[in-house]
Design a protein around this ligand. Structure first.
Ligand code: PMP
Length: 360
């Protein structure tokens, strides 16, 4: 394999619960998994019903153009059908952007502590990642502008970012987009947008008419609760969508994912419930952390990164008690652990076990 491929640090995903239970000698039922920013409410009950029907169509290929889902997204976000690209999860959108717009020797800008898939797709494309040091764990967009060189072809911005949970103010983001030269594509990753309050919610989709170098990436994995099905989408100028679609696999979004996503998009009640549960759970978890004397990075997502004296030992101690969180040392945050917001009872169990460990 070429050197750029061998240099890639593999993505560190979590182990399946069954495997962890076996390793730790625990009962699977007693394990609380708060490691992957999944929706603790599951998926929309309407989507589940639709999936039970859709299973009978599995012998057929999926619709390679996601017609029904495209129609639903186009209506919901007031964009033209040809401005949408569908992906096998939004990770696929990030990768398609890298494949469509990068070649060997190009430079890609992203922030320190930013989502792990950006360096991965950058290196896989033979390009070079330019990491801009974070400012108070957030994106330093002025630093991004200074990092632009003639080789810069792509910029990744995560808003909110994972694992820090930081959010960029709308005016600052818009000003940044105006200053980035039009030949550089900006991927604005909004995987957690559904967890933002009405005031904070992104307006970037309404900016698409102004910026033809902008790609907005969204997912059904978080608030829609469809992580296992793998479906996300990108919104952009039709000319960019055309290029992205050229490198897209013809059937990259499976038929079950298309059905569930289409129905989920219409189930606004489920998304509101997910938002409300996350807001209450975030208060529960952050108040609990404060009570335990632990500091955390205020988060706009469905997770929060908190600081402990020995993160690796704490992670092991939590695991031993069946509580799975995410170490973020690979994000240059060796003193932090990231916990996803779960159900009330799961959050309570996490806090209880944490307190027990801190006291022992
Ligand atoms: N972007 C960010 C910032 C994320 O945290 C994630 C999920 N970990 C993704 C994109 C990708 O999610 P998916 O591929 O499931 O849509």
């Amino acid at each position: 394999a070429p050197a750029n491929i061998r240099a890639i640090a593999p993505y560190q995903g979590g182990k399946p619960i069954s495997e962890l239970a076996r390793e730790m000698g625990l009962n699977e039922a007693n394990i609380v998994k708060l490691a992957s920013n999944e929706n603790p409410l599951g998926m929309s009950p309407k989507a589940q019903m639709a999936l039970e029907e859709a299973i009978y169509e599995i012998a057929r290929y999926p619709d390679g153009n996601s017609f029904a889902l495209r129609d639903a997204v186009s209506n919901k976000y007031a964009v033209k059908p040809e401005q949408i690209v569908f992906g096998n999860g939004s990770n696929d959108i990030l990768e398609l952007a890298a494949r469509a717009f990068l070649t060997t020797g190009d430079e890609v800008i992203y922030s320190q502590h930013a989502f792990a898939v950006y360096p991965l797709v950058t290196q896989a494309a033979g390009a070079t990642g330019v990491v801009v040091p974070a400012l108070a764990f957030g994106h330093d967009l002025a630093g991004f502008l200074k990092a632009i060189t003639p080789k810069t072809k792509l910029i990744f911005v995560a808003n909110p970012n994972n694992p820090t949970g930081t959010l960029i103010a709308k005016a600052e983001l818009k000003d940044f987009l105006k200053k980035v030269p039009g030949h550089i594509v900006v991927v604005l990753d909004e995987a957690y947008d559904e967890y933002l309050s009405v005031e904070d919610k992104s307006e970037a989709i309404t900016w698409l008419s102004e910026f033809d170098h902008l790609i907005i990436s969204r997912t059904f994995s978080k608030a829609y609760g469809l992580a296992g099905l793998r479906v996300g989408f990108g919104l952009m100028h039709a000319a960019l969508a055309d290029l992205m679609n050229r490198v897209r696999q013809p059937f990259n979004v499976n038929s079950l994912a298309q059905v569930a996503a289409t129905v989920s998009l219409h189930d606004e009640d489920f998304v509101s419930r997910s938002y409300a549960a996350n807001k209450a759970g975030m208060t529960q978890v952050t108040q609990g952390l404060t009570k335990l004397g632990l500091s955390f990075i205020p988060s706009f997502g469905n997770f929060v990164s908190f600081k402990v004296t020995n993160a690796s030992a704490m992670n092991q101690a939590l695991l031993k008690q069946g509580v799975i969180v995410r170490p973020v040392a690979n994000y240059e945050m060796p003193d932090y652990l990231r916990v996803s917001i779960g159900l009330f009872s799961e959050n309570a169990r996490f806090l209880e076990v944490l307190e027990q460990i801190l006291k022992s």
